[in-house]
Write a protein that binds this ligand. Sequence first.
Ligand code: PLP
Length: 229
Amino acid sequence: MLKKNFEEVEAKIQAACDRVGRKREEVTLIAVSKTKPVELIQEAYDLGARIFGENKVQEIVDKYDELPDDIAWHMIGHLQRNKVKYIVDKVAMIHSVDSLRLAEAIEKEASKKETVVDILIEVNVAKEDTKFGVMPEDAAGLILQISKMPHIRVRGLMTIAPFVDNPEDNRGYFRRLRNLAVDIGENKSDNVTMSVLSMGMTNDYEIAIEEGATMVRVGTGLFGARSYR
Ligand SMILES: *Cc1c(COP(=O)(O)O)cnc(C)c1O
């Protein structure tokens, strides 16, 4: 089941790359393992997966201890400032930075632990009331302020597109995020690159790849439906 799912997602990523003339290596698959038990994650690891996405601090901390060291954990969920300290030296990237205060908390904890953290700025590109993320027009200003923090590297942008029946409906939002990254990239601040575009989930990752995604975050398509406790 898991093997077949990974093969299916892999084939779809390759096909999306082919459709727009992109190289497969330009797209990183993040296996979103939130709510899934370590046994299942170990199975995915044994199939070759090394990059996993989680959205809760406690789950990252627990799984980090139980699973192999060479896993790159990506924090993709909303992050509270008082919990930054638990994961700042455990994660390869934080995708969900959307305020100066959160960035300041990351800077402080990263400095204490003498590490440098790669982050993405989460943009609420569809301006949905229910979503976290900075408004598109505020992203450049926020990044300029964060660029002065020596223990943070801004690597790009992330978005969670609206939940839609037809993934084509999200194409415009993905395009908007890419254009925003291009605009911000022209500012050329220290500690800032716009090389990562984290966009696309199970429902819409193929469209996201066609529109330039460099990281897709796929949960259900790999691990099956989630049951929340
Ligand atoms: C859960 C989650 C995903 C994966 O969602 P699926 O629809 O299961 O692929 C991707 N990104 C974020 C931020 C998530 O919280």
